[in-house]
Write a protein that binds this ligand. Structure first.
Ligand SMILES: *[C@@H]1O[C@H](CO)[C@@H](O)[C@H](O)[C@H]1NC(C)=O
Ligand SMILES: *[C@@H]1O[C@H](CO)[C@@H](O)[C@H](O)[C@H]1NC(C)=O
Ligand SMILES: *[C@@H]1O[C@H](CO)[C@@H](O)[C@H](O)[C@H]1NC(C)=O
Ligand SMILES: *[C@@H]1O[C@H](CO)[C@@H](O)[C@H](O)[C@H]1NC(C)=O
Ligand SMILES: *[C@@H]1O[C@H](CO)[C@@H](O)[C@H](O)[C@H]1NC(C)=O
Length: 503
C-alpha cells in the first residue's frame, strides 16, 4: 500500500498546490479537480479492499471448538435452569468447591481443608488421583472425595497432575448438581473463609461470565505466569455461565497449552480464549511469600479475607504456636465477626504522640511516634519473595522492617475475643516479647512498653457493608491508661472525619 499511494498523491498534490494558488486557467483547475476525485476514489477502494480482507481473516482464525457463538449462553443457562427469575441472595449452598488433592498428600494436607470444611453446609469434593484403599475409612471431617477420571490421555510437559486439577471445574460441572451458581477451585493447602467468600461472590451476578481471584504477591511469579490469572492456591471462582462455556472448550484447550506449568495457568488461558478477563479481589491470598507473613496480615487491604495459602511455607501466624493451632485461634475471632477479620483500623493517642494500628482478630501495634496513614497502611516487610527469597519486588508497597528496636512497633497478638451485648465485640491483644528481647532505651519507648494489653471494642461488621464501596473504619483511644491497659474503640468514621481530624 505504502509503495503505490505516495507516488500518486505526490503528483496530484504538486499540481493541486500549483493550480489553486495562482488560479489562472479554468481548464487547469478542472483537471486538478478530476485528479483529486480520482485520488479519493483510489484511497476509498484500497481501504474497502483492506477492510474486507481483514474482517474475513478473523473468521479463518477461529478454532473449531469456538464455533458456538457466545450469544447462546443465555439460552443455555435458561435451559439448565440457573433460576433466571426469583434469585435470592447468594449463600454458601450455591457454591461447589473443588479441592485439588492426591492420595499421597491428603494424610497431611487434610488438616487444612478440615479446618474450614463444614459437613452438610459446604458443598463439593476433594478430587483424588486414585481411590483410597478399601480397608481404610475416609475421615469423617474431610470433604467427601471423588476420583478424577479421564485425565491421563492429555498432553503435558512438566506436570501431569496440573491437567487433572484443571479438569476439576469440568468434572464438578458434569455432576449436574442442582442450584449451583459458582464453582470454586482451591488447593489442598488452601484455607477458605467461606462467609467472606460468600460476601464477595454475592456482589456478582453468576448469570454473567465471571472469573474471580487474585494474583501472586511476588512480581517474579506474576511475570513468569501471568498478572491476568487467578492463582490457584488463593482460589479461583468461576460463575455458572462461564463454566458452561469453559466446559465446552476445556479438553481441546488443555492440549493447546500443554507446555504450561500449573493448572491455574491452563484455566486462565482457556478463559482468555472465551474473552473473559480476571476480576481481582484483594482478599484472595496465594501467599507466594517466604518467612513471616505478619506484616502483610497486620495491614490487610480493606477487603474481606477470603483465603490463605502456602501456610506450610511461612512462619505460623501466631508466635509460639504451630500453624494449625494458629489457624484455630484466628478462626475463633473469625467466627465472632467474619467480615471484620483482619480489617485494619488505626488512630493516634490524644495526649501522647502515639500511633496504634489494629488488625482485628489478629494483632495490634503501638508506635511511640506519629506515622502517617499512608505509612500505617503499608505492610512492614517481614517476608521475602517466593522463588528467589529476595526483598522484593511485590505487587504492593512495603515498609522496611528496621533492625533498630527504637524504630520497631511494640507488638500485641490476639488473646481473647468475645461477643458482648447486641452485635458488639471485645477483643484483647497481649504484648508479645520477641526473643531475644532487644530493648529501646528511649523514655517514650519505655512508656509504650508499659502498655501490656490493648482492649478493642467494636460493633460486628455486617456482611452487606462489603457491597458498598469499602472504607477503613475509624478508631479512638481512651486517654487514661490503667494498669498497663489501653482501650480502643473501633467505629464508623464520622462525617468529614479523617485520621488527622479526630472529632
Ligand atoms: C426450570 O424451572 C421451572 C420453574 O422452576 C420449571 O417449570 C422448568 O421445568 C425447569 N426447567 C428445567 C429444564 O429443569
Ligand atoms: C440459600 O438460598 C436458597 C434460595 O436460593 C435457599 O433455598 C436456601 O435455604 C439458602 N441456604 C442457606 C444455607 O441459607
Ligand atoms: C450430614 O447429613 C447426613 C444425612 O442427612 C447425616 O447422616 C449426618 O449426620 C450429617 N452430618 C453432620 C455432621 O451434621
Ligand atoms: C490396608 O490393606 C493394605 C494391603 O491391602 C495394607 O498394606 C494396609 O496396612 C491396610 N491398612 C489398614 C489400615 O488396615
Ligand atoms: C507531641 O508532638 C508535638 C509536636 O511535635 C509536641 O509539641 C508535643 O509536645 C508532643 N507531645 C508529647 C506528649 O510528647
Amino acid at each position: 500500500m505504502s509503495s503505490e499511494v505516495p507516488e500518486r498523491s505526490h503528483g496530484s498534490f504538486e499540481s493541486f498546490k500549483f493550480s489553486i494558488f495562482p488560479i489562472e486557467k479554468t481548464t487547469d483547475f478542472l483537471k486538478t479537480v478530476l485528479k483529486v476525485a480520482l485520488l479519493v476514489c483510489a484511497i476509498t477502494s484500497i481501504s474497502l479492499f483492506l477492510y474486507s480482507a481483514f474482517t474475513s481473516q478473523t473468521r479463518w482464525f477461529r478454532c473449531p471448538e469456538c464455533s458456538a457463538p457466545t450469544r447462546n449462553t443465555g439460552q443455555l443457562c435458561e435451559s439448565r435452569n440457573v433460576s433466571a427469575d426469583n434469585i435470592g441472595p447468594t449463600n454458601i449452598s450455591h457454591i461447589i468447591f473443588g479441592i485439588g488433592g492426591s492420595m499421597k498428600t491428603w494424610k497431611n494436607r487434610r488438616r487444612y481443608s478440615e479446618i474450614w470444611w463444614q459437613p452438610n453446609v459446604t458443598r463439593g469434593f476433594v478430587w483424588l488421583d486414585e481411590k483410597p484403599a478399601t480397608n481404610s475409612s475416609w475421615p469423617e471431617n474431610s470433604p467427601p472425595y471423588r476420583v478424577s477420571e479421564d485425565w491421563t490421555r492429555f498432553k503435558y510437559s512438566s506436570s501431569r497432575s496440573a491437567v487433572r486439577m484443571a479438569r476439576i471445574v469440568l468434572e464438578s460441572f458434569r455432576l449436574g448438581l442442582p442450584d449451583v451458581r459458582w464453582f470454586v477451585m482451591g488447593d489442598d493447602d488452601t484455607v477458605f473463609f467461606t462467609e467472606n467468600f460468600v460476601s464477595v461472590l454475592a456482589k456478582y451476578d453468576h448469570r454473567q461470565m465471571y472469573y474471580i481471584g487474585g494474583n501472586s504477591e511476588s512480581v517474579e511469579q506474576d511475570e513468569m505466569h501471568s498478572y491476568g490469572m487467578a492463582f490457584g492456591g488463593g482460589g479461583i471462582a468461576i460463575s455458572y455461565s462461564l463454566a458452561v462455556e469453559l466446559v465446552n472448550i476445556l479438553d481441546g484447550c488443555l492440549d493447546r497449552y500443554y507446555k504450561f506449568y500449573g493448572s491455574d495457568q491452563r484455566i486462565a488461558a482457556c478463559v482468555s480464549e472465551i474473552g473473559v478477563s480476571l476480576t481481582t479481589e484483594r482478599g484472595f491470598h496465594q501467599m507466594d511469600i517466604r518467612e513471616d507473613p505478619y506484616g502483610l496480615l497486620a495491614a490487610h487491604p480493606v477487603a474481606p479475607l477470603v483465603s490463605l495459602h502456602h501456610l506450610d511455607a511461612v512462619k505460623p501466624l501466631f508466635p509460639n504456636q504451630n500453624q494449625i493451632d494458629s489457624l484455630r485461634y484466628l478462626i475463633q475471632a473469625y467466627q465472632v465477626d467474619p467480615a471484620r477479620t483482619m480489617q485494619q483500623s488505626f488512630c493516634y493517642h490524644p495526649k501522647q504522640n502515639w500511633s496504634v494500628s489494629i488488625s482485628w482478630g489478629y494483632t495490634a501495634q503501638l508506635y511511640p511516634w506519629l506515622l502517617t496513614a499512608k505509612e500505617l497502611e503499608t505492610p512492614l516487610q517481614t517476608f521475602r519473595t517466593w522463588r528467589s527469597w529476595k526483598d522484593g519486588p511485590f505487587t504492593f508497597n512495603t515498609r522496611r522492617m528496621s533492625a533498630d528496636p527504637c524504630e520497631q512497633p511494640v507488638v500485641y497478638f490476639l488473646d481473647r475475643v468475645e461477643e458482648v451485648g447486641e452485635g458488639e465485640t471485645l477483643s484483647s491483644y497481649k504484648r508479645y516479647v520477641f526473643e531475644p528481647e532487644k530493648k529501646c532505651e528511649r523514655a517514650e519507648y519505655a512508656s509504650a512498653m508499659a502498655v501490656q494489653k490493648i482492649i478493642v471494642s467494636a460493633f460486628k461488621m455486617h456482611p452487606n457493608e462489603w457491597k458498598k464501596e469499602p472504607r477503613r473504619d475509624c478508631c479512638e483511644i481512651s486517654k487514661s491508661l490503667k494498669k498497663g491497659t489501653m482501650h480502643v474503640r473501633i467505629r464508623h468514621c464520622k462525617r468529614s472525619e479523617t485520621i488527622t481530624t479526630p472529632t
